[in-house]
Design a protein around this ligand. Structure first.
Ligand code: PGA
Length: 250
């Protein structure tokens, strides 16, 4: 059975004191063990604090990005090996903000995926179409290309270290959510696409999260869809009470 996962992407938010407050609220309000696997992804500077604070909880601490090279003259960057050495076992790759503001292409993302997998770091691989793609009915093609060019070179066995996050760009931070039907339609397409490129077993086992303006008010109806296995949550993950309501929305 594939895993249900809810991951909070904290993006570039919260200094140390604010992070400590969010972490302590999370811990305080995490009264029962959630059915879903729960992850939070703080900025690099707050990873250590998150590990310290969440060590006796089931919450997994993930990173938001990494560089594709192992080391070298890449000022300002952090490698998979470095993340792994401080205990990070999961990294978000391919977020649309990384693609848009930092020019991460499908090819660069393929290298990042390889670097993560080579270091035994699991990948939450993000992808999704822009508004113009959906308006011109190219959304399935765009998603198929993103998957093919960044992910479909991996070995069958590597799929157990991949979590997919379908995030239509037009729904991220906009308050505009894909309808549960739109999410289901795309998630079913993705599973079929993986089944054709690999096999049905891999397609059925991979968790596919939806991301884009998920909130307590809409999480249950999105998560109720057959092919939606959870969510990648931005804005609403910055308030412990909202995030946990989403975590418990299955
Ligand atoms: P949002 O962000 O929930 O604020 O729309 C989702 C994401 O960027 O992962």
């Amino acid at each position: 059975m594939r895993k249900k996962i809810v991951a909070g992407n904290w993006k570039m938010n919260n200094d140390l004191a604010e992070t400590q407050e969010l972490l302590s609220n999370l811990k305080m309000q995490l009264v029962k063990k959630p059915e879903a696997e729960v992850m939070v992804a703080p900025p690099f500077t707050n990873l250590h604090e998150a590990f310290k604070s969440l060590k006796d909880t089931p919450v997994i601490v993930a990173a938001q990005n990494m560089h594709q090279n192992e080391n070298g003259a890449f000022t300002g960057e952090v490698s998979a090996k470095m993340l792994k050495s401080i205990g990070v076992e999961t990294v978000i790759l391919g977020h649309s903000e990384r693609r848009a503001h930092f020019h991460e292409t499908n090819e660069i993302l393929a290298e990042k995926v390889n670097a993560a997998l080579n270091n035994e770091v699991k990948v939450i691989f993000c992808f999704g179409e822009e508004l113009k793609d959906r308006q011109s009915e190219k959304h399935f093609d765009v998603v198929a290309k993103q998957l093919k060019e960044s992910l479909y070179h991996i070995a069958d066995a590597s799929w157990e270290n991949i979590i997919l996050a379908y995030e239509p760009v037009w729904a991220i931070g906009t308050g505009e959510t894909a309808s549960p039907e739109q999410a289901q339609e795309m998630h079913a397409f993705i599973r079929k696409n993986i089944s054709e490129a690999f096999n049905e077993n891999i397609a059925q086992e991979v968790s596919i999260l939806y991301g884009g303006s998920v909130k307590p008010a809409n999480a249950s109806e999105i998560f109720a869809k057959e092919d939606v296995d959870g969510g990648l949550i931005g804005g609403a993950s910055l308030k412990a009470v909202d995030f946990l309501e989403i975590v418990n929305a299955f």
